[in-house]
Design a binder for this molecule. Sequence first.
Ligand code: DP6
Length: 361
Amino acid sequence: MNINDFLPKAYTHTLIDDSVSYEAPSNIALIKYWGKHGEQLPKNPSISFTLSNCKTTTTLSFEALEEELDEGYDFEVFLDGEPEPGFEPKIEQFFNRINKYIPFLRQYRFKIETSNSFPHSSGIASSASGMSALSLCLMQMENLMQPNMSIEHFNEKASFLARLGSGSACRSVNGPLVVWGSHESIEGSSDLYGINYPYKINEVFNDYKDTILLVDKGEKQVSSTVGHNLMNNHPYAVGRFEQAFEQILNIIPILENGNLDAFIHLVEREALTLHAMMMTSSPYFILMKPNTLQIIEKIWNFRRETEIPVCFTLDAGANVHVLYPESHEQRVLDFIKNELVAYCQNGHYICDSVGSGARKL
Ligand code: DP6
């Protein structure tokens, strides 16, 4: 697929007034996307677990305008039933980026009603699930106008659009493991959209758990766009991008044979590398909090003492994702309750597990 394949074909049906709804999950990267170029293209391939409980539900209602707008868009956004004008600039930027691929944006008045399964102030980014859900709603509209579209094209284009809203959002259409970014060893991989990981996945990963420890629920210290830009002229950027390509090669046998020691080593190293990049950029940031480090140390001690294969990963923030196989769920949850909850803001954490992707409602 190349970029021109996402330009729409002639529509055979017209839509008047109606609504479409989708729910889309969040995702957690095992190999991180950090650094972008051009129009939302990644500097290196990444791979993520699609989550299940952390998700955004979006209903897009539309009403045909009498005349197509010359510029701008006619839309309003509601979060949990309340107007949320704070989301408008990001959606306007998204619409500007996708306008040539979704040419009916100026022909309708839209109402975007969205809600997240996780609290807005949890420090969990809703941009991945939110941009994925909105892109799927727009694709559903396009599908109604062009009903002979294949399911493959539908999903690829939804992911393609979601990427233009937020890079990691393109990994929130499919599941359970999604690769985004072209890599010679991953057949079908592309910088333009995410694909389902195409090779054998050991059954230990089927119902992998992710318990998200909410260490800091505040606003992000650094927006992801600013963060990605810090990789331009970063002294270690070239080495980091090469390493990420290598990590994709390394993860293929691990995903097949279920070697959890190797999995843990790779995943934790990725998380710490992401933070190392932020600590060594100009300007530099420390996004971990003292409690993040306390949790990491406790996880390491618990793993050493019990030999239970539990590990952590991090996003661009202080919260900790605790990853472990389902077979150890009870013991890890006891450990979290007894030893880690004390480091979470207001004792808050979210239990999630690997999921299979977005769903039409
Ligand atoms: C650290 O997808 O939020 O979570 O493309 O600017 O919207 P934009 O960035 P975003 O970056 C996420 C970065 C990360 C790692 C990852 O999810 O791969």
